[in-house]
Design a protein around this ligand. Sequence first.
Ligand code: ATP
Ligand code: MG
Length: 604
Amino acid sequence: MTLIVDSCFDYFRPLFNIIFFLPNLRLIKPMKASRFHLATLKETPVDAEIVSHQLMLRAGLIRRIASGIYSWMPLGLRVLRKVENIVREEMNNAGGLEVLLPSCQPAELWQETGRWEQFGPELLRMKDRHQRDYCIGPTHEEVIVDIFRREFKSYKQLPVNFYQIQTKFRDEIRPRFGVMRSREFIMKDAYSFHLNQESLQKTYEVMYQAYSNIFDRFGLSYRAVKADSGSIGGSTSHEFHVLADSGEDAIAFSDKSQYAANVEMAEALPGDQIRAEPSKDMESIDTPNLHTIDDLAQGLKLDTKQCLKTLIVSGDKGGLVAFVIRGDHDLNPLKAEKLEGVATPFLLAEREQIKTMLGSDLGSIGPIGLNILTYVDHSAALVSDFVCGANSNDKHYINANWGRDCDEPTSVDIRNALDGDPSPDGEGHLKILRGIEVGHVFQLGEKYSEAMQATVLDENGKNKVTSMGCYGIGITRVVAAAIEQNNDENGILWPDSLAPFQLVICPLNYNKSDMVKQAADQLYLDCQKLGIEVLLDDRPLRPGVIFSDMELIGIPHRVVLSERGLKSEQFEYKGRRDNESQDLPLYELTDFLTKLFNPSSQSA
Ligand code: ATP
Ligand code: MG
């Protein structure tokens, strides 16, 4: 027996002689499971709705302390640090300068940009002992612009791009899905300053590339999509989405080209259809109890495509504006609110107001004889013999036709794009997938630098307001999104670059068999020498429990050492994504691990 054990160690010994170290050695400490707080849960927590939230709690990555506020446990923090390190490296490579700005921010700065009033209840406000107002930063434009205007004087100092990795607080109306939409979260936010648009465009492209590098290195499947820049302002903006069925956002992309946009932004084109000629005379019919499009289509035994719905919103001069879309389509408020005559913010008209001003209830409104500004969607303008409200309660028209029963409309794009629509760039058709927004790059322009007078002297010695870009990544959300995209019925499937440990050694009967213990301890030491982020599961638990815990927490590679295996000079290996384990000769263990964790050493 002793002889066999000795000979087993001979197989490990060459590991000592290897002089190269893996690049990530400085990052991560190896660990024995008995000394690590592995707090896995068997049961799925009842209040966790999506799989990443369930698995983050079950694997013991996070713990909830209050609504939308979480603690990161040792295992979760290892993953978080990996995300941060990749982001930090790529931001540094892209010329970013790391800073750390305060969470607690004085109200005066927010008053300068007008956001103290505009931000609403998402901004967590407080008073200090002198009754001065402060907030916990939900974002840091004001603070960085204040620093910039004090420190920077000349165009020669530009461009500059500051970034930080820091805690934000947004008092979200509905915190949910764990750290996916929490109130406290960690963001990487960067802010760049430029003398002109050309310089901003250059840095924007550098950041776009840095983001692509970051998401490539995460090993996640993602898409960069054209986005609306929303309330932050500015013009050009892209969101980076991790693709996952549970994603909150719908993104549209072409099946033939690189076109990709947030569905809200994607142009909805009707294709090259031609409208059919009218085939019947228009009639007014009684439709009591048929108030919704579905009721109407069912009652008249027609497709919802044949029924046009009319939505009424507030106009910018106090009146009303109508939008006509096909019954099976959804109005896109972002598109609609940009049209002339429409009030901002976009507001659906009140029931009473519709009744008083138009003479009937919303369910009976239609474009024929309607005397208010009316916008008709491209697809709705292609329907002939359509059904629509007759502007009189409980009455609809059937077989109505554009150009015959009312004016020919000049159609506009006001609906959400759908799967199968022609791609706006003319190549292929749109596919709709769901995504989780993990990053966002904006060209802010002069919005904040103008309000806070962030100027420099230009080449002619004149004061010039700087242009700004801003670039965010939801560090904590990335962890949840990675799990949402990579899991199976047994737990998490970490991409190698984000895993809390690269390798777990599972010795069977570690606490009972000297042979196993010695071999496992030796392998553990050797892995450390190789710079492998290794976890030795030395807990006195049944193998089944150890295996299911390790699958739950998603360690990508597992080596099992057993007395039986050692005696027959074998070890067992299983990749987390493999269906079967394999028994391999013990003398190949060194080579095997070297290849697995440092493929570049093979070609050297
Ligand atoms: P969302 O539309 O999801 O609310 P946002 O547009 O408000 O996001 P930004 O202000 O662009 O987000 O913030 C940058 C990044 O911070 C987002 O891309 C996202 O990854 C992350 N983030 C924003 N809000 C939260 C939150 N409540 N919880 C976790 N991460 C968040
Ligand atoms: Mg938000």
